[in-house]
Design a protein around this ligand. Structure first.
Ligand SMILES: C[S@@+](CC[C@H](N)C(=O)[O-])C[C@H]1O[C@@H](n2cnc3c(N)ncnc32)[C@H](O)[C@@H]1O
Length: 211
């Protein structure tokens, strides 16, 4: 991910937000030492923001597309009430193995159901309604995931899409993937089924509320 954040600002915001759990710190360290793309984790500030959204919407059922080593999954699960559940999709068994070890250590781990395999297949087999769907995998398929989530999320529920600024390249979209993201941003903006706001936090968080 190209870093488009103003220097120092996100660090300051992070230092003045409630910290994540010690388990998150441990997972962060292991992800940096054992995986090749640790930068795929959203980081503490965005994970804390996602937690806040779960709490503000009183969400009980969450769907995540793109678990990686479970950093966001754990944050979302921590914010869910007792009896709440998160279904998380991941295609990579090694990343899943790391995530599952951390879920086993967390008091919130029992809320998490991991679906190993291509998300496009998993999405055919999960049942809505979900209160929140978080899309953070496989950027070329975002448009398809958006439509699938539109069917799975309840009215008044949220679809959250990460990386919708695509390293800032959306301003002057030249490559194919950036053009797709730009197109999806425009499509969401004119989608009569939703309200939306695109936040310039980290790599761009698109919040979409289904009407
Ligand atoms: C950006 S990372 C997710 C990061 C995670 N939300 C976090 O902040 O820690 C995207 C993940 O999606 C997984 N992925 C890619 N294509 C996928 C697919 N078709 N189905 C399911 N998972 C996929 C990748 O293996 C990767 O671990």
């Amino acid at each position: 991910m190209l870093d488009i954040r103003p220097i120092g600002i996100e660090d300051y915001a992070e230092r003045h937000s409630k910290p994540l759990s010690a388990l998150h710190h441990k997972l962060w360290m292991e992800t940096y030492s054992k995986t090749r793309e640790p930068g795929m984790m959203v980081g503490a500030l965005e994970a804390t923001f996602l937690k806040m959204l779960v709490m503000l919407t009183n969400a009980r059922r969450v769907l995540e597309i793109g678990m990686f080593t479970g950093y966001t999954t754990l944050a979302l699960a921590e914010a869910l009430p007792k009896g709440g559940t998160i279904v998380s999709c991941e295609i990579d068994p090694e990343r899943t193995e790391i995530a599952k070890r951390y879920f086993a250590e967390s008091p919130h781990g029992s809320k998490i159901e991991v679906k190993l395999g291509p998300a496009s297949e998993t999405l055919k087999r999960v049942w809505g309604p979900f209160d929140i769907c978080f899309i953070d995998a496989d950027i070329e398929k975002y448009a398809a995931y958006y439509e699938a989530c539109m069917d799975l999320v309840r009215r008044g529920g949220l679809i959250i899409l990460d990386n919708m600024l695509h390293g800032g390249r959306v301003i002057d979209a030249r490559d194919e993937v950036t053009k797709q993201i730009d197109e999806l941003n425009k499509r969401i903006r004119t989608d009569a089924r939703v309200e939306n706001v695109l936040l310039p936090v980290r790599d761009g968080i698109m919040l979409v509320r289904k009407l």
